[in-house]
Ligand binder design. Structure first.
Ligand SMILES: O=C(O)CCC(=O)C(=O)O
Ligand SMILES: [Fe+2]
Length: 348
């Protein structure tokens, strides 16, 4: 990558005029290319997601986390072979260490497939979500959230295709039909209620793109190429967008998935965020784009980490992340797969 100076803050991109006229598109795409290559993280304004929906999604998430524990445990993830549902604080691991956050994972909804040893193991990821009976309003709002953010992430992916000098629809197999996405609603308790600073440990996201909504409390930090951390504090009206491992793979490292983490909030504060990960359908093969020579010359290859092998089949990649992040689910439902799995590294 091309970092020659210390970056102090994430860039802000305004998407409101995207697609209206070639002149403003050119400027936006230039800024996007810059942001994507320099930090791999940026704030997005003009995203078109209605403030009322944002407010509703945040307030219902808060109400979910305020429910009595028994109501939350009704949808505990360990009940779901498909890694859906609620995790208590300290239940999820990043690089083998506990993340001090509670969360609900909601994926693309589809019927579970029969356990058939002749099917690839990642088919076990497909299945229904769990929804809390104590808060029935949560489901319709998060389904709208899924639909809106899939739409936004798709438009962003088209813009990424353009900065890669590809056809705008080169990633269509990723989002046409039934796209694969994951929502996490997350609450990070304050320092008085945790045992460490690790809200979520340093990691890369495993999908194509992540869109993150932060409520008010800061804590997200992004690692720059020169190894320092910049704060991505909440900015009203914005999403934080970042690149995941699948986009790194598709571009042979021209675009990089950037390492980030969340630091536990101070005592008596807490932090709420909603993360949306656009992945690829589990049966999709991640394409390796044929980049123009001047782009290819800047593609440094995919980061090789023996602890974190990357697979071209999307489902295999997703299963790897899920098994190591949720050892309780893995033990209960997928013990037969564990011996074959390498440990550590990405959170989602
Ligand atoms: O909560 C946040 O701000 C970020 C969460 C995150 O990075 C993740 O879940 O992958
Ligand atoms: Fe992340």
């Amino acid at each position: 990558m091309s970092i020659h100076q210390t970056i102090e803050a994430l860039p802000v991109l305004d998407f409101s005029n995207y697609g209206r006229d070639p002149e403003s598109d050119r400027e936006l795409l230039q800024n996007l290319a810059h942001a994507a290559r320099e930090v791999g993280f940026f704030y997005l304004t003009g995203h078109g997601v209605h403030q009322l929906l944002i407010d509703e999604a945040l307030s219902l998430s808060r109400r979910f986390f305020a429910l009595p524990e028994a109501d939350k445990l009704e949808i505990e993830m360990v009940n779901s072979p498909h890694f859906r549902g609620y995790n208590r604080v300290g239940q999820e691991l990043t690089k083998g260490a506990r993340d001090w956050r509670e969360q609900v994972d909601i994926g693309s909804e589809a019927p579970a497939l029969p356990r058939d040893p002749s099917l690839p193991a990642w088919t076990r990821l497909q299945g229904p979500n769990q929804w809390p009976s104590a808060l029935p309003e949560l489901k319709p709002v998060l389904l709208r959230w899924q639909a809106e953010l899939t739409n936004l992430a798709t438009r962003l992916l088209q813009a990424f295709a353009r900065i890669l000098e590809q056809d705008e629809n080169v990633f269509e197999p990723i989002y046409a039909g039934t796209p694969n996405h994951l929502i996490k609603i997350i609450r990070y308790p304050g320092r008085d209620a945790t045992e460490s600073e690790q809200g979520v440990g340093a990691h890369k996201d495993s999908g194509f793109l992540t869109l993150l909504l932060q409520e008010k409390q800061k804590g997200l930090e992004v690692e720059t190429e020169d190894g320092h951390w910049i704060e991505a504090e909440p900015k009203a009206g914005t999403f934080v967008v970042n690149i995941g491992e699948l986009l790194e793979m598709a571009t042979d490292g021209y675009l990089k998935a950037t390492v980030h983490r969340v630091v536990t909030p101070p005592a008596s504060a807490d932090r709420l965020s909603l993360a949306f990960f656009l992945g690829a359908p589990f049966d999709a093969e991640i394409p390796l784009l044929e980049l123009a020579p001047h782009l290819k010359a800047q593609a440094g290859g995919v980061t090789r980490d023996p602890q974190n092998p990357l697979f071209r089949t999307s489902g295999q990649n997703a299963l790897k992340s899920r098994l190591r992040s949720h050892p309780d689910v893995a033990q209960r439902h997928h013990a037969d797969l564990l011996a074959a799995q390498p440990q550590a590294s990405s959170a989602a």
